[in-house]
Write a protein that binds this ligand. Structure first.
Ligand code: FES
Length: 87
């Protein structure tokens, strides 16, 4: 199991390894619009454990230009371990 922690609220969720993070982010109040990696509405900042998220996909690379601490919550998955997110 993987764990995602939201810095804003301190809420924690356990997810099976390889899960999309979109649904728990929605539960936390992260806004979404296109859910296709185009609009940028769902940007979150990864505070810890960025290595535990899936690699940037082409839509994220197209959006951000390079790989930093921000991710599109509609596009990435948690591979394993712990990830702390701020939105
Ligand atoms: S909701 Fe549009 S990029 Fe994620």
């Amino acid at each position: 199991m993987a764990r995602i922690i939201f810095e804003n609220t301190g809420d924690e969720y356990e997810l099976p390894d390889g899960s999309e993070i979109m649904h728990v982010c929605q539960k936390e109040g992260v806004p979404f619009a296109c859910t296709e990696g185009i609009c940028g509405t769902c940007i979150v900042e990864v505070k810890e454990g960025k290595e535990n998220l899936s690699s940037f996909n082409q839509r994220e690379i197209d959006f951000f230009g390079d790989e930093g601490k921000e991710r599109l919550a509609c596009q990435c998955k948690i591979k394993h371990g712990i990830v702390k997110i701020k939105y």
